[in-house]
Design a protein around this ligand. Structure first.
Ligand code: 5AD
Ligand code: SF4
Length: 472
């Protein structure tokens, strides 16, 4: 069982609050801007909300505009190489801003810089970066920033092991949906994945801390919660509990004002029938499941260290569909794992057809230094892999359309997010399946539940007509 002394003490969090106040005092009421740029997954988005929460408490005003910022923070991702390349490119572009404004502070944090070789590269080659910190030192951001602003030091701090820090201010965007991280880290060591190396071992937040956060969100108008973790099905296992996640879900369902609950990600090896029953029995838990498959070939799955077979995976899908006939399924697929042959790939296509996903998140394998798979030889050429990727998208697009067409004619509840970005005459929101639904309406509907009759389906989007405004 993991060491439970992972929670940062109240005194240490209080100390950070003192640093926030000191920075605020030193700003002396002068308007100062901070810009936070997020790469990667929802957990990173949630981490950025913490960074923004701290910045607001320090007296900074948040801005989307790098040019006017006094502090720029890149919260980075390490999962694939292209995300890292984008960070390097964007960091290079900040050089001229620093030249124009030498007092500009540039910080890089997140999973990418938790890798020692990357922190070393930034230290040596990106001299205009003032501050580097990893996911384990995020809670210390105020004191690290203080060292930069007051002592004019360059600070690189990626030390420390996995921790849980409660009581950090979080900046929510004020909409009706919010992310809540319920656990951090990952124990699975899938052979292609860098996450366990940079985010540390699994550690679950205390139930009361999570529930209190959600209660507060509900009081400020949040109606939909997305519970986040690398593998939410093992919530509580580090405390020796079984089915802790199902119990947590049931408690979240009891919170007044929260009408919809989603979660991601679930590992197929850990998802239990109990969880599927809990989903089916509770109205508030959306009939929607993200269940990363990665590959349809048992040989590749074994080399990936995924600990399930395609057959076992399909059994879970079958049980989910039996209990929740309208369930929307999504998945992650990696194309071009080093030893993947054409035959292996064909098996992935077979499962896409059999599982009938509403949509997939597909990635071309990216070699990650330090992982086991990085030592394997590639058997396919880049051209073959690109060709597989395209074929997969073609198969999936047709399937996604079929899944969307099933919604035509149905009346569905939609939580309205605002005006559609692609068509200003339309309002946009999401149904239980997390599918985008566009319909004619006005701004007063934002953050409300409405009933919409779905009139037309496309591959990525549903269109409909509003029937009723619900005052849930
Ligand atoms: N290359 C490509 N995709 C990856 N993922 C994780 N590591 C890699 C990698 N090295 C994908 C997996 C995972 C998702 C979050 O990112 O599909 O489920
Ligand atoms: Fe990476 Fe596997 Fe952990 Fe997901 S479960 S974060 S893919 S190691």
């Amino acid at each position: 069982m993991a060491d439970r002394n992972v929670k940062i003490s109240k005194q240490n969090i209080e100390k950070q609050k003192e640093f926030m106040l000191l920075i605020k005092k030193n700003l002396g009421g002068k308007k100062a801007f901070a810009h936070v740029e997020t790469y990667g997954c929802q957990q990173n988005v949630n981490d950025s909300q913490r960074i923004e929460g701290m910045l607001l408490e320090m007296g900074y005003t948040l801005t989307d505009n790098r040019e006017e910022a006094d502090v720029i923070i890149f919260n980075t991702c390490a999962v694939r190489e292209n995300a890292e390349m984008r960070v390097y490119g964007n960091l290079g572009a900040l050089k001229h801003l620093k030249k124009k404004n030498p007092s500009l502070i540039i910080a890089v944090c997140g999973c990418m810089v938790q890798q020692e070789h990357i922190a070393a590269r930034i230290k040596a080659k990106y001299r205009h970066v003032d501050l580097v910190f990893g996911p384990h030192t995020l809670w210390k951001f105020p004191s690290l920033l203080f060292d930069v602003t007051e002592h004019k030091e360059r600070v690189i701090n990626i030390s420390g092991e996995g921790v849980i820090a409660e009581g950090i201010p979080v900046h929510y965007d004020g909409g009706a949906k919010a992310f809540v991280s319920i656990m951090y880290g990952c124990n699975n060591f899938c052979t292609y994945c860098i996450v366990p190396y940079v985010r540390g071992r699994e550690r679950s937040r205390d139930e009361e801390d999570i529930l209190n956060e959600i209660r507060t969100l509900s009081q400020s108008g949040v109606r939909e919660i997305m519970l986040l973790g690398q593998n939410v099905n093992s919530y509580g296992k580090d405390r020796g509990e079984t089915d802790g996640f199902s119990r947590l879900l049931e408690k979240v369902c009891e919170i007044d004002g929260i009408e919809r609950i989603r979660f991601m990600s679930s590992h197929p090896k850990d998802i239990s029938p109990t969880l599927l029953h809990t989903m089916a029995q509770n109205e508030k838990i959306c009939n929607q499941l993200h269940l990363p498959l990665q590959s349809g070939s048992n040989r590749v799955l074994s080399e990936m260290n995924r600990n399930y077979t395609a057959e076992k995976y399909l059994e879970t899908v079958k049980l989910a569909r039996t209990l929740m006939p309208d369930i929307a399924l999504t998945t992650d697929i990696i194309v071009g794992f080093p030893t993947e042959t054409e035959e292996d790939f064909t098996k992935t296509l077979d499962i896409l057809r059999e599982a009938k996903y509403d949509s997939i998140f597909s990635f071309i394998y990216s070699r990650r230094e330090g992982t086991k798979a990085a030592e394997l030889e590639n058997v396919a050429t880049e051209e073959e892999i690109n060709n597989r990727f395209q074929r997969m998208l073609d198969v999936q697009n047709a399937l996604s359309y079929e899944c969307n067409a099933v919604h035509e004619g149905k009346i569905e509840e939609v939580l309205v997010e605002g005006r559609s970005k692609t068509d200003e005459h339309m309002m946009t929101g999401r149904n239980y399946a997390n599918k985008i639904v566009n319909f004619k309406g006005d701004d007063s509907l934002k953050d409300k539940f409405v009933k919409v009759k779905i009139t037309k389906a496309q591959t990525w989007i549903l269109y409909g007509e509003i029937i009723e405004i619900l005052d849930k």
